[in-house]
Design a protein around this ligand. Structure first.
Ligand SMILES: *Cc1c(COP(=O)(O)O)cnc(C)c1O
Length: 405
């Protein structure tokens, strides 16, 4: 009889978003006094840039003509040179030299963050930030790298608390160094971004201890302040200790189009092996690349028109973030994030839990947020508000929240 991967049975069953859905449905079923405004979702709402759409249409037409039809991609790492070179050049514009065969194009940063564990031994000790993007935790749990769940935590993971006291950036752990360290900056859910000095501490630590940093910069396009690295490879020494995940999802509205990339420097070696070569082997075996049409769409993001048009969408969300930040601060709440990220991390009023504040905002203001406790124990006492909504809805939501406090 086939046996299952029993690690799946240890997963605590996707509590956060199903529970939000249940509460929202229960409330809506009684008839809401005002239309609901959803500021809980982590999905974009602005359409694709015209330059991107034109590129997709052009590529789709090529696929319908015998002379320009494309089958499997035969180029390096299952990605076309035109896209890998465009990505390489975008790093170069920030002063970072990445070779084009250090770039792996994929269908999403979620799949890459989730699959990267394939190249690491199951007995590696993993550290995650708390609060955290749940994908890092659950994929390691599935692989058997997280131990058992006690209702709140996995006993095999090292949790690095990110709180207002440490500026939502983790301090180095004491004792045994973790082997794999997930860092997401700009951060989902806290909306804060790490400085070069903060990242340098972790890069030095990883190089000294032999750890690998798995750096998720899915939100780099939202950075607005100088001095905040867009890539871990802006930090000296990162090429021997870090893997970077990037995505077109939030930077260019590709959540439904699907394209991302992962950078693994050839200088990154562990256990006598080059991690770039291992990932190349893994991808070559389990993945046949992203469609030609989508790779052309992604290439268009780097053209002058594509850059200007996608920047307009980012500016739209940035303005929402500013409206939320200023409005809720004026209303007396303590608000973090929203300057270099599309997320705001809002402190609940004194003595009110994440879920109770979520319920209050839902029932009194008809605004859906995300309870911080759902992202980890240190998220208790916060709710996450996203800037990805419609601008008018966002203004209305802020006014409503201010009126019910
Ligand atoms: C949205 C998001 C991503 C992007 O995932 P895709 O699969 O590329 O859509 C990656 N990391 C974090 C933390 C995110 O919030």
């Amino acid at each position: 009889m086939a046996r299952i991967n029993r690690n799946f049975l240890k997963l605590p069953g996707g509590y956060l978003f199903p529970e939000i859905g249940r509460r929202v449905r229960a409330f809506s079923a009684q008839g809401t006094p005002m239309p609901l405004i959803r500021l809980g979702i982590g999905d974009v709402t602005q359409p694709l840039a015209p330059a991107v759409v034109d590129a997709m249409v052009g590529a789709a037409k090529e696929m319908g003509v015998k002379e320009t039809f494309r089958g499997y991609c035969e180029e390096t790492c299952c990605a076309y040179d035109f896209l890998r070179f465009a990505i390489r050049d975008s790093y170069r514009e920030r002063g970072v030299e990445i070779a084009d065969d250090e770039i792996f194009v994929s269908d999403g940063a979620k799949s890459d963050c989730g699959s990267i564990g394939d190249i690491f031994s199951v007995d590696n000790v993993v550290a995650v930030c708390d609060p955290v993007y749940p994908v890092y935790v659950d994929t390691n749990a599935m692989a058997g790298r997280a131990g058992d769940h006690d209702g709140e935590r996995w006993d095999g993971l090292i949790y690095l608390p990110c709180t207002a006291q440490n500026g939502f950036f983790p301090s180095l752990p004491e004792g045994r160094a973790p082997d794999l360290i997930y860092i997401c900056s700009p951060n989902n859910p806290t909306g804060t971004a790490a400085s070069k000095e903060q990242l340098k501490v972790w890069v030095d630590y990883a190089n000294a201890s032999g750890s690998v940093i798995l750096f998720d910069s899915a939100y780099e396009a939202f950075i607005s302040e100088p001095g905040i690295p867009h890539s871990i490879f802006e930090v000296e020494g990162a090429e021997t200790c870090a893997i970077e995940f990037r995505s077109f999802s939030k930077s260019a509205g590709f959540t439904g189009t699907r394209c991302a990339y992962t950078v693994i420097p050839k200088a990154l070696e562990r256990d006598g092996a080059c991690l770039n070569a291992l990932w190349n082997r893994r991808q070559g075996t389990k993945f046949n690349g992203v469609s030609y049409v989508v790779q052309r769409a992604a290439e268009a993001v780097f053209t002058p028109e594509g850059k200007a048009q996608t920047r307009a969408a980012i500016d739209y969300y940035r303005n929402n973030a500013k409206v939320i930040r200023e409005g809720l601060t004026t209303a007396g709440l303590t608000v973090y994030g929203g300057v270099n990220a599309p997320y705001l991390w809002v402190r609940t009023p004194e003595g009110v839990s994440s879920w109770d504040f979520f319920d209050l905002l839902l029932k009194k203001a008809c605004v859906v947020t995300t309870p911080g406790a759902g992202f980890g124990p240190s998220g208790e006492g916060y709710v996450r508000v996203t800037a990805f909504g419609d601008a008018d809805d966002t203004k209305r939501a802020v006014q409503r929240i201010a009126s019910v406090l």
